[in-house]
Design a protein around this ligand. Structure first.
Ligand code: ACO
Length: 466
């Protein structure tokens, strides 16, 4: 029957993943008076519309010219891929993984269930989930040499530097991971990365603290085991606080993916060279470390410490607005132009955790900051709202994690998204090595005329002077 409507309780059919032509854009080049027609494409029902940048290449003033490019520093308006993993509507504050609202996943799912969903596109059956959990649990141990490698770091090394280096180092332990077009190799690499990230993260923590490394306990769940590796001392079995376990599980789910953010773009770009996934994920960790990205949760707490007291909030806000001080960390987002839906969940979660451990003394400053910013025209007119990082730091600190460890927790969770995005990129026939163009604005050709008297000056003198 033509145009039959699906039964109300029928599961929605999976999207085709194809881009549909929905119209054309007529362009007139004023330099040549020539007209061009380029296709407008759209991805599925929720999909954004775009034109293919390559369609503009035909627009030129002479046959031997390169043709028109688009200029878009910082990818403000450029889609680098099509993706079926995460949907964000920044104006309406919507975040969904594979169609499932983040609020429902945070309330009802486990992190490993979400990791499966991100990668495979559907929720796991019981047998798929059991096998997935078994596989990940089985691979939590790292090679003993990783411990020696970590011992080489100074006591005050930043844990994100350590994590980035150890994830990259894993590549040398699994040279077979280079076979990225072999689905079995891809699978084992993905399992290894998800399994070993908590172990590496916990080892980084123990190194900073000068504590012995605690091996994984494979009787425990993913988050319980992580807390055990972080916090266990002489007790034979670690029993984590269930409120902390739940909080970490939810925070891991909230951080698991966020479409084409800076670190995911780094993983995709580096992965597009067909390097192994350990190296690509290490690039993601490096990108996440930055204070404008995952490093913001750390900066929020430093900012609150600097403010020191709720009475100093108005002065601090004035400083931010004047542009003399730093930005209001944990506020603003490239995509969300309303309340970040994850921030709402985190705020409620913070209440649960503080009920358990007592009110965090800095929460009052955070609440006051939020209230002041949300009623100030500077922030309102720029659509600056709290992002996920505004309250996460307070929760992590109340769980006794040191400030510079917060971004490591983010990295453990985001590994699920990085890997799903990496694999999606490999399976996308349209993807090639990521290599942007530039608009050259430097000198034209000029002859080389050296200004040097000596080409190889000795560094010896400088060293002795120090
Ligand atoms: N505090 C004060 N002003 C801000 C803030 C802020 N947090 N964020 C943006 N603005 C202002 C800018 O100064 C600019 O003002 P102008 O138009 O007068 O020049 C305007 O808002 C737009 O800012 P952009 O930098 O153009 O916005 P962009 O989308 O490039 O940046 C970003 C997004 C990096 C997240 C920014 O909002 C920011 O720096 N926030 C603080 C850091 C932070 O919390 N990062 C975490 C993001 S979430 C995550 O990565 C997990």
């Amino acid at each position: 029957m033509a145009n039959a409507q699906p039964a109300l309780d029928a599961p929605p059919s999976p999207p085709s993943g194809e881009l549909q032509a929905t119209g054309t854009l007529e362009i007139k080049d004023s330099r040549t008076n020539k007209n061009y027609s380029v296709q407008i494409i759209q991805g599925g029902v929720e999909g954004d519309t775009a034109t293919r940048a390559m369609d503009l290449r035909q627009i030129k003033t002479a046959p031997d010219e390169f043709g028109l490019m688009t200029y878009d520093p910082a990818f403000m308006n450029t889609a680098s891929c099509k993706s079926a993993i995460t949907f964000i509507d920044g104006d309406r504050g919507i975040l969904r993984y594979r169609g499932y609202p983040i609020e429902q996943l945070a309330e009802k799912a486990t992190f490993l269930e979400v990791a499966w969903l991100l990668r495979h596109g559907e929720l796991p059956t019981q047998s798929e989930y059991d096998q997935w959990v078994r596989d990940i649990t089985f691979h939590t141990y790292v090679h003993e040499n990783i411990k020696n490698f970590l011992q080489g770091f100074r006591y005050d090394a930043h844990p994100m530097s350590m994590l980035c280096s150890t994830v990259a180092a894993l590549s040398s332990f699994y040279p077979e991971a280079k076979a990225i077009h072999d689905p079995d190799q891809r699978n084992i690499s993905i399992v290894r990365l998800l399994a070993k990230l908590p172990t590496l993260a916990a080892f980084c923590y123990r190194h900073i603290k000068g504590l012995p490394f605690i091996y994984p306990d494979n009787d425990l769940s993913y988050t319980e085991n992580f807390l055990s590796m972080v916090a266990r001392m002489s007790e034979p079995k670690y029993e984590a606080n269930p409120v902390f376990v739940k909080a970490l599980e939810v925070l891991f789910i909230l951080h698991a993916d966020h479409e084409q953010n800076c670190s995911t773009n780094a993983v995709r770009a580096v992965g597009s060279s067909q390097v192994d996934p350990f190296s690509a994920v290490a690039a993601g960790v490096a990108a996440l470390y930055g204070p404008l990205h995952g490093g913001a949760n750390e900066q929020v707490l430093r900012m609150i410490k600097e403010i020191g007291h709720p009475k100093n909030v108005p002065g601090f806000i004035d400083e931010v607005k004047s542009g003399k001080g730093s930005r209001l960390m944990g506020f603003g987002h490239r995509v969300y132009k309303s309340y970040d839906p994850r921030a709402k969940i985190v705020k409620a979660l913070a209440d649960d955790v503080f009920k358990q451990v007592g009110m965090d003394k800095d929460l009052e400053i955070a609440l006051k900051l939020e209230e002041a910013a949300l009623s100030d025209d500077y922030f309102v007119s720029r659509k600056l709202y709290p992002n996920v990082d505004f309250y996460t730091g307070l929760i992590y600190r109340s769980m006794a994690f040191p400030t510079d460890f917060f971004t490591v927790l983010f990295a453990v969770a985001r590994t699920a998204g990085w890997l799903a995005q990496w694999e999606e990129m490999l399976n996308d026939k349209e993807q090639k090595i990521a290599r942007p163009r530039q608009i050259y604005v430097g000198y034209g050709e000029r002859p080389y005329e050296s200004q040097l008297k000596t080409k190889f000056p000795s560094a010896k003198k400088d060293v002795l002077r120090k």
